[in-house]
Write a protein that binds this ligand. Structure first.
Ligand code: SF4
Ligand code: SF4
Length: 193
């Protein structure tokens, strides 16, 4: 098997060497054109975003700087295959603290959006979107919680006009996209067509 020339190799984290001839320049340009992607190439890998990130604190494999690095190298397929692009809690700590004005949170969200356009979604997002489509709420509020609200004198939760929600979402094509998803990350039957 032919090995990559040293000029086409780069390190994205620790000892992992990637072949930058895999770079997808269109993917990189798409990310730069999304809101928040303008400063993508200015990342100098200082790691401030990692040390600020609450998800990284609990999950060592989650590194916003590494996702940004992979985006700069246009490693679309590698990113789309990773569950990490779905784990950002959008707390925006990274965005507030980046000394270069890079916006890792926005970039990560854009990567997930592009993945969804290609039929890839994480199971948690699929379930949340399905709940919105069917009930108008991201999570079903359990009866016990509704009763607790009553008990402490809180007003009843407002009814959702599900017909209006459905009408609105129909225009986005969400239902169709969800049912056409070809890959659901985080399931045991995860498969790629
Ligand atoms: S804080 Fe900004 S410059 Fe530093 S690694 Fe993160 S994105 Fe890159
Ligand atoms: S916005 Fe996302 S990547 Fe940035 S610090 Fe918060 S959880 Fe981490």
């Amino acid at each position: 098997m032919a090995s990559a020339s040293p000029e086409s190799e780069a390190s994205i984290s620790g000892n992992e060497i990637i072949n930058i001839s895999q770079a997808d320049q269109t993917f990189l340009r798409d990310l730069e054109n999304f809101p928040g992607g303008e400063a993508l190439r200015l990342c100098y890998q200082c790691g401030v975003c990692i040390s600020s990130c609450p998800v990284a604190r609990y999950l060592s494999e989650y590194k916003p700087a590494q996702i940004v690095r992979m985006a700069v190298y246009g490693l679309k397929e590698k990113l789309f295959a990773s569950r990490n692009i779905w784990l950002c809690s959008t707390c925006y700590a990274c965005l507030e603290r980046c000394p270069q004005g890079v916006k890792p949170a926005d970039i990560i969200r854009s990567i997930a959006n592009l993945a969804f356009r290609e039929g890839i979604i994480h199971i948690a997002f699929k379930e949340a979107a399905t709940n919105i489509l069917t009930t108008g709420r991201m999570f079903e509020v359990p009866e016990i919680r509704k009763k607790k609200r009553e008990k402490v004198g809180l007003p009843k939760l407002p009814e959702v006009n599900i017909d209006e929600v459905k009408k609105l979402l129909k225009s986005t094509g969400l239902e169709e996209r969800l049912s056409n998803a070809k890959r659901v990350i985080g399931t045991s039957e995860e498969k790629v067509e």
